[in-house]
Design a protein around this ligand. Structure first.
Ligand SMILES: Cc1cc2nc3c(=O)[nH]c(=O)nc-3n(C[C@H](O)[C@H](O)[C@H](O)COP(=O)(O)OP(=O)(O)OC[C@H]3O[C@@H](n4cnc5c(N)ncnc54)[C@H](O)[C@@H]3O)c2cc1C
Length: 458
């Protein structure tokens, strides 16, 4: 691990460090066959293995993971198990199922939050889960206008909170109001993904770690140490998809970064409130997301440097000084009491952004190649639903899930460089400029954000 700005960075994530980095399992020893080959040992791959092995315990299922389970976003995220729709309703509604298929997708995501909690309880996966809801706080007039315009939260069950009600929950500086969605739980991400892997292994699913897939073809996944031949090969690589041969422009790997404080004293918690453990975010264009951890820290994340040229990804979560400074400023703006508080760890990871900013779950019955992802930062819950959708597609059963708005939808590819780099970094420069104007006192959402949205096709 490195130290930047006095903060440790790398080591994949605080969550993995806290759980203790795992002893990494053996790689694929040579060629073999399987009924289903899953590429990627994150939540998408593992939920798919979980539901397939449940539906048909006789299936021979193999998971190929380049590093170790949970190495990617699944072991690095903010731990918001939220019902948020990954993408825009309007875009999904352009598909053949129209708005009805989007409404069903939204409803399924709501139920999925409880489903994940149930799985944790059933299998004794101790991942610090608490269903505490998510609170989005408005800290400027423009953010309040955004909140009141009715598009802040993911679903219809959210409640608007007055300033007093918001502060009674969490004393965020400059609070002007908030919205609370009760359908969200806090989790410790590494514990969740590693616990799920144990369950899947106990059902006989073979997980090969240190096994990087070089290419996927109809009927096989090819690795350095061997080839797995299988009628179904499922790509579950999210932000790493672009490194797989032939996928350079499929999805864009977007960066997200986090910092975590040392455990805070009881006196500090008494000042901050936050006794309900709600997940916390704001309504800025370049928003932050935070959690009160089970061991009394604040973990807070935001975009950081949004995108690396040529779809490059980080090494073991190492992030930059600029990102650490910017997240520290965000933390201290929200909670001035924390000015100068030691940050214990900083890390980053990648999530996948499709060209139309909406997720997909697909299987081509002619080739047997399937994939799921493109969750644009809202994948913790969505991976479970995607796993169940892939299960139904593989088993060839027509269910409510196989006609959801995200199933088998075509998405065009990203532009070649330097257009990708210019587009995404330009978009975030505009978001940050819009946020500066809003914080400076603009009484309505800045138009720059709308320009940014149209620039990026969001
Ligand atoms: C910092 C951060 C914060 C986030 N916060 C939240 C949040 O609070 N709530 C939320 O809903 N979502 C959040 N997300 C998004 C969420 O974490 C992801 O959507 C979700 O974890 C995606 O899971 P996945 O299994 O599809 O991908 P990943 O977890 O990225 O898994 C992909 C796996 O594939 C492996 N791999 C890569 N290349 C190869 C290869 N060639 N061969 C074999 N294996 C390979 C990787 O090592 C990795 O383990 C966040 C993401 C990040 C990065």
């Amino acid at each position: 691990m490195e130290t930047i700005e006095g903060v440790r960075t790398g080591g994949v994530s605080h969550w993995h460090q806290q759980a203790g980095l795992p002893a990494v399992g053996a790689p694929l020893p040579g060629d073999r066959t399987a009924d289903v080959c899953i590429v990627g040992g994150g939540l998408t791959g593992l939920w798919t293995a979980y539901y397939l092995s449940e539906a048909d315990p006789t299936l021979d299922i193999v998971v190929l993971e380049a590093e170790f389970v949970g190495y990617g976003a699944s072991g690095r995220n903010g731990g918001w198990l939220s019902a948020e729709l990954p993408g825009s309703r309007a875009t999904y509604a352009r598909g053949p199922g129209g708005t009805a298929a989007v409404d069903r997708l939204v409803a399924e995501l709501y139920d999925t939050v409880d489903r994940v909690i149930d799985v944790c309880q059933t299998h004794g996966i101790d991942s610090d889960v608490v269903k505490s809801g998510v609170m989005y706080v408005a800290t400027s007039a423009a953010q309040l206008a955004r909140l009141e315009s009715g598009s802040p939260g993911p679903g219809s069950r959210h409640q608007i909170l007055s300033v007093e009600e918001s502060l009674a929950r969490i004393r965020v500086n400059d609070t002007r109001g908030a919205v609370l969605d009760p359908q969200c739980a806090r989790v410790q991400p590494a514990k969740l993904v590693r616990g799920l892997a144990e369950v899947v292994r106990s059902r006989g699913v073979k997980i090969y770690e240190q096994t990087r897939v070089k290419r996927v073809e109809s009927g096989r996944a090819v690795c350095e140490s061997g080839t797995v031949a299988a009628p179904f090969v499922l790509q579950c690589l999210e932000g790493y998809t672009s490194a797989l041969r032939g996928n350079r422009r499929t999805w864009l790997p977007m960066n997200s970064a986090m910092v975590v404080t040392e455990p805070l004293s009881q006196d500090v918690w008494a000042e901050l409130g936050w006794a309900g453990n709600e997940l916390l975010g704001d309504l800025a264009n370049a928003y932050y997301y935070a959690q009160h951890t089970a061991d009394g820290r604040i973990a807070l994340g935001g975009r950081g440097r949004p995108y690396r040229y040529g779809s490059a990804t980080d090494v073991d979560g190492v992030t930059q000084a600029w990102t650490i400074r910017s997240l520290r400023e965000t933390l201290e703006r929200a909670f001035p009491q924390l000015n100068g508080v030691p940050l214990e760890h900083a890390w980053c990871g990648v999530l996948a952004v499709p060209r139309d900013w909406c997720a997909s779950v697909s299987l081509d019955p002619r080739t047997g190649i399937g994939f799921a992802g493109g969750y644009v930062g809202s994948g913790l819950t969505a991976t479970n639903l995607a796993g169940r959708t892939l299960r139904d597609l593989v088993l060839g059963t027509h269910t409510d899930l196989t006609t959801l708005a995200w199933t088998n939808r075509p998405v065009r590819r990203w532009e070649p460089e330097p257009l990708r780099w210019l587009g995404v970094n330009g978009m975030y420069a505009l978001y940050r400029a819009a946020d500066r104007r809003e914080v400076a006192g603009l009484d309505r959402p800045s138009r720059l954000a709308r320009v940014a949205d149209s620039l990026s096709g969001r």
